[in-house]
Write a protein that binds this ligand. Sequence first.
Ligand code: SAH
Length: 351
Amino acid sequence: MKETAGDVASSGGAGIPPTEPPRATLTRMLMGQAVARALYVAARLGIADLLAGGPRPVDELAEAVGADAGALARLLRALAGSGVFAEVAPGRFGLTPLGDCLREDRPDSARPAAILYGEEYSWALDGLLKSVRTGAPAFEHVGGASFFAYLEQYPEVGARFDRNMSSRNAARNAAVSTTYDFEGITTLVDVGGGEGALLQAVLAEFPALQGILFDLPPVIERARRSSDQALHGRLELVAGDAFVSVPTGADAYLLAWVLHDWDDERALAILRGVRRVIPRGGRLLVVEEVLPPGDVPSPTRLLDLLMLTLVGGKERTEEEFRELLAAAGFALSRIIPTTVGVSVIEARPIG
Ligand code: SAH
């Protein structure tokens, strides 16, 4: 029997509860924006940090952050409805496990993400209509520069972005360093490695490995301050521009969440730069989310819209990765999925 659009919706396709009328589903989706804004404001004001010691009355919180007590109560009540805070007594709020994750001092803190989503990422996504019409990243109109140039211009935002990468990726880094077998590699260059959290996780897991962290100068400057002293002697930090050249003398290159920041032409330029210096028999490891086939619920498909509007990059399917790698002179040899959504795409130089 031929399946109709109605059948798909009523079967709960794409994560839609089967009993919810379409109009209600759409309203719920649209209101997602209000939840994101509320999370942003709570994060910006640092509410979760103020509640770290236990529940407090809203008047006290309002006083501490310089807010209107009535409006702040409404904000926290709205978020309590989403499970982020709990109103333990009238006008008295405490943390839930979700709220606790907004605390700045947790290694996996979502506070940098909430602030980025409320500021720069919002400016980008606000321009989605423009990006869909033109295919160009809308962020450049409001930010006045490409996103990475903007991060160099505003070091405070740059530091927040680096921190978001590290805190967001704690589980990913553990999954990659334990799923992929780095044995047999002598020196691994992490191109666009940010603060180096992934490379450091890999080095900790494979004691014979030498690592080179490569990123733009301000990022490497920050990484120098935060890198793990225990890895001293095994971790070299190199500043540069991957579009100009990447460090030589290594037998493996890692690109984690780098290719998705660029369109095919720019991604190819980075890959060709690696191809020029990688030895015969070397390994290229691309850590990315691979777009799944079929109409399945997929955070990667939404991340793809952020990539479109923020940086002009894109998420890719397996076939797209294969073609991109081939165009740069690499043969995709394996895709190794991890338990956290990202995959390690392994490729070897051809010829
Ligand atoms: N690999 C890290 C960070 C990914 S974000 C992780 O997975 O957590 C993309 C990184 O690319 C950022 O750290 C950014 O500073 C870096 N980057 C952007 N343009 C670059 C360039 N031209 N040369 C080198 N690195 C660059």
